[in-house]
Ligand binder design. Structure first.
Ligand code: DGL
Length: 274
């Protein structure tokens, strides 16, 4: 791979703002990389859509990133990873990395009693993608999975520490305390933003695991193996593209990745027949 190609940006996409938690870890791990982030805010949520629709959206998102000249694509959306990773890896001419492997690895490293909780969108939980991979790697693991669909709208609203969010979380998390899990896997890009509230409900005995850090480490390893790491010395910046531009997104984005954003622009995606 030529050094010209190494200068190309990394592409990251999600249905909305949540994937910026992954982009933030990538920026920490590989500060010299330029990044293009696509948030498909016009079509959020993906978590309640059918597998075929999520696959089509994911392909269109990846096509858009390819049109910006990215050298690799990170699927920073758990629902899109659960439904579309294999097709993206087949169809895209660059490495495509999802968040599932990273989350599974981090969760298995964290649990001491082999009892794991998992929360995600309706699509992610119903796909069984996480549950199957956890069992494949650790057959005796006990997994308690619960879809928590009310959390994404609350987060997109910026209600990270709002009494309504606490109330909803208490209801959702009760069963994990009853089931004696010692680790909760946050299988949704948005949920790391709720870590402080979730911890205050579950207490110190339950470790919270998300895929963002491990995903950034995976990405760096793959980029190093393929000799695709940017060699510049200056810090990279992030260009954010949105299919619908809202004030909420912009203020949340600036809160999650302060100082990293070069510009926020509108994105027009090209439809795919599927
Ligand atoms: N990005 C999605 C995920 O990680 C959550 C938001 C949505 O439902 O689109 O599953």
């Amino acid at each position: 791979m030529s050094s010209e190609k190494n200068k190309a940006p990394l592409g990251v996409f999600d249905s909305g703002v949540g994937g910026l938690t992954v982009a933030r870890e990538i920026a920490r791990e590989m500060p010299c990389e330029e990044m293009v982030y696509l948030g498909d805010t016009a079509r959020l949520p993906y978590g309640s859509k059918s597998p075929d629709t999520v696959r089509r959206f994911a392909l269109e998102d990846a096509d858009f990133l390819m049109s910006r000249g990215v050298k690799a694509i990170v699927v920073a959306c758990n629902t899109a990873t659960a439904f579309a990773l294999p097709i993206l890896q087949r169809e895209m001419p660059v490495p495509v990395i999802g968040v599932l492997d990273a989350g599974v690895e981090a969760a298995l490293q964290s649990t001491r009693n082999g009892r794991l909780g998992l929360i995600g969108t309706v699509g992610t939980v119903a796909s069984q993608a996480y549950q199957k991979e956890l069992k494949r790697r650790s057959p005796n693991i006990h997994v308690v999975a619960r879809a928590t669909p009310l959390l994404v709208p609350l987060i997109e609203e910026g209600w990270l520490d709002h009494p309504a969010t606490k109330l909803v979380l208490k209801e959702y998390l009760e069963s994990f305390l009853e089931q004696d899990v010692d680790t909760l896997l946050l299988a949704c890009t948005h949920y790391p933003l709720l870590k402080p509230v979730i911890s205050s409900i579950l207490g110190e005995g339950v470790s919270l695991v998300d895929s963002s850090t491990t995903c950034a480490l995976h990405l760096r390893r793959i980029m190093e193996e393929k000799n695709m790491v940017a060699t510049r010395v200056a810090r990279g910046k992030m260009d954010i593209y949105l299919t619908d531009q809202t004030e909420n997104f912009e203020s949340l984005a600036r809160c999650i990745v302060p100082g990293e954003i070069r510009k926020i622009s509108a994105a027009a995606l090209v439809s795919r027949a599927f």
